[in-house]
Design a protein around this ligand. Structure first.
Ligand code: ADP
Ligand code: MG
Length: 240
């Protein structure tokens, strides 16, 4: 579903991604871990061209994002993204936050969009908040709305960039639970996370990044209990 070949990214003279090669398959849940500044967010943002790669290729469902003929907005419609900070529209109700883009893009009529939004709110356990404004929600609730909003586009793949890092500890679980449910349903997901327990339990594969490179990718079991790589071992010693 996602194929990255020889991807490099520099900001001025600072090279933050070095010749990354990577494939994400349909229905796979891939967790990306690694120290702060290792390039995890930049890599994720190259998947939908929120960052322009300096070199290399990113293919989404075979469609090369570097190709000038590709309509990036069309590609983005099929890639859901959830950020650390929720990016909800503060002046809109939860329901309007979710239905805005599907209606704007004429994917659905207003009543269809409302119906699907309510079903999604059921899924994330927030149907009773449909008419609430974001400021009246807790962080965990906001993030679950953000996930519902991304799902409303019916994406092929969901990208998560530290979705629980901004949450109070007691709210982390409810968001991870929603993500776990998505994984069980077969959603293709790439998740940058510091939640090692989640990565281990839910990930099909874990990628460890350091210094703009993929240092190791492995099954969670292998990576967390049996890595031979000193950088991986050192990182895990600090965070586990
Ligand atoms: P991570 O998500 O693993 O913490 P990032 O991808 O955010 O890492 O950042 C990787 C490196 O790129 C860091 O050194 C960061 O300071 C740098 N960086 C990220 N975004 C920019 C930018 N817009 N301009 C300049 N440097 C940036
Ligand atoms: Mg980051």
């Amino acid at each position: 579903m996602i194929r990255v070949r020889g991807l490099s990214k520099s900001y001025g003279r600072l090279q933050v991604l070095h010749e990354i090669n990577l494939e994400i398959h349909k229905n796979e849940v891939v967790c990306i871990i690694g120290p702060s500044g290792s390039g995890k967010s930049t890599l994720l943002r190259c998947f939908n061209k929120l960052e322009e790669p300096s070199k290399g290729e990113v293919l989404i469902n075979g469609c090369n994002l570097m190709d000038a003929k590709v309509d990036i907005n069309k590609v983005r419609e099929n890639i859901g993204m959830v950020f650390q900070s929720f990016h909800l529209f503060p002046h809109m109700t939860v329901l309007d936050n979710i239905t805005l883009v599907p209606i704007q893009l004429k994917r659905e009529t207003k009543s269809q969009a409302k119906e699907s939004a309510l079903a999604l709110l059921d899924k994330v356990g927030l149907r009773d908040k449909a008419n609430e404004y974001p400021e009246r929600l807790s962080g965990g609730q906001k993030q679950r709305v953000a996930i519902a909003r991304a799902l409303a586009m019916n994406p092929d793949v969901m990208l998560f960039d530290e979705p629980t890092s901004a949450l109070d500890p007691e709210m982390v679980g409810e968001v991870l639970q929603v993500m776990k449910q998505l994984a069980i349903e077969g959603m293709t997901m790439v998740i940058v996370t510091h939640e090692m327990g989640f990565a281990r339990e839910v990930g099909d594969r874990v990628i460890f990044m350091d210094g703009g490179m993929i240092v190791e990718q492995n099954t969670p079991e292998q990576l967390f209990t049996n890595s031979q790589n000193p950088r991986v071992k050192d990182f895990l010693k600090k965070v586990l």
